[in-house]
Design a binder for this molecule. Sequence first.
Ligand SMILES: Nc1ncnc2c1ncn2[C@@H]1O[C@H](COP(=O)(O)OP(=O)(O)OP(=O)(O)O)[C@@H](O)[C@H]1O
Ligand SMILES: [Mg+2]
Length: 436
Amino acid sequence: MLRKIFPKTLLFRSLLIVIAPIILIQIVVGGVFFDSIWYKTNRGLVRSAANEVNTFLALYPEYKQKNKTNELINIYKDKSGLIISIKKETQQLPSTETVKWYSLYDKIVLEEFTDKIKNPYWHNVRFNSSFVQVLVLLNKNEVIEFLVPKSKIRSTSGRIFALWITVPSLIFLFISIIFLRNQIRPIVHLSQAAERFGKGQFDSDFKVSGALEIRQASYEFERMKRRILKHISQRTAMLSGISHDLKTPLTRLKLQIELLNKNQKLNSLKEEITEMEKMINEYLDFASNQYSQPLEKFDIIELIQNLIGKSFKKNIKIKSPKNLIFSGRKNLIRRCIANIINNSQKYSENILITCKKIKKTIQINIDDDGPGIADEHKEKVFRPFYRVDKSRSLKDNSVGLGLSIVEDIVNSHGGTVKLLNNPKGKGLRVSLSFPN
Ligand SMILES: Nc1ncnc2c1ncn2[C@@H]1O[C@H](COP(=O)(O)OP(=O)(O)OP(=O)(O)O)[C@@H](O)[C@H]1O
Ligand SMILES: [Mg+2]
């Protein structure tokens, strides 16, 4: 459950690790501040304003008797900033609702005023930008208006505090995103390089950068890559060397047999030698152009159609989209598909080729209705020179390298090859999938 909500990429995970404590601290600090400073301070300020109103109301009858109301009003104006006026013409309080449900400040004002002012009253916090208006009804249908300066009863530190805790953290967050992205980029480059290597792009180099551990991993990857390449090329060179050197004694043997083969008695020996020669030539041909091919982008459907049109005559159907762009070594892919069709053609009547792209994988299935390959041979047929039915293969002029070459080409493109039973019942399905 948690895994589903948790971000997938390293960048967002690291950000979450950085952001979560910041937000928690801000909530705690904000809560403490709000309760201890903003809420209590505002309450105190409003209460003292309500007390001042009360004091005025208590003094007012006496000053009125002495006809000194203006004096009292002036004292209040000078000493506490309250602007007071007696509204003789209005004898009723307005009935409009001024308390907004979402404003905590309105609630504080309402509670404190209701608690302190015993006369009927009405107040409006949004009277104008600088004053809160309070209207109090006296016994004798007299309404007194108090304009209380907002600066006196409202603490402004809340907004400043909120700004101070949010703006700097947003700035720091922005900076940490930039830094984190730079830290994560080398990891992404490393994984891309590994992916390219897996797909057989051996020549691509990448710059080692980033933190020490990532540099070390990149450096080790580069070393591993070089070792693997060296290993591959050494083995290919050795095999090619042996194959090449075998050609000379074989030619000599052939010549000697020609000389001795007067009564055609040594024909089978001659055939064996011819087959050995074919194997060697086949291998040398494969080894010579294996990795020298350039990587390119091409339409694989067009390639298959050309291949079928030129070299095969059997009943072959294709099921595919109009075009499918493939990036790889074109000649090797052509050879790989040709080898598979070649086999199917040897053993069956009808062939169906299906191509499709599923997410980032290109899948090619080659189905035939031949005898298929028994499960116990399915792995072995990929071995070089392995043939299930040797007597038949000899007639067909086959060497037993076809599927080994297919496997090699598919692997060098980072793909996989599987031999399955044809889902239609009879025959073989060769299933290739390439990341693209
Ligand atoms: N479509 C198929 N149906 C039945 N058997 C097959 C099929 N494809 C391959 N095989 C079996 O797998 C063996 C190995 O195939 P592979 O292509 O490697 O060699 P080959 O076809 O005998 O020789 P080459 O391809 O080098 O001329 C074949 O000899 C054959 O017995
Ligand atoms: Mg073959």
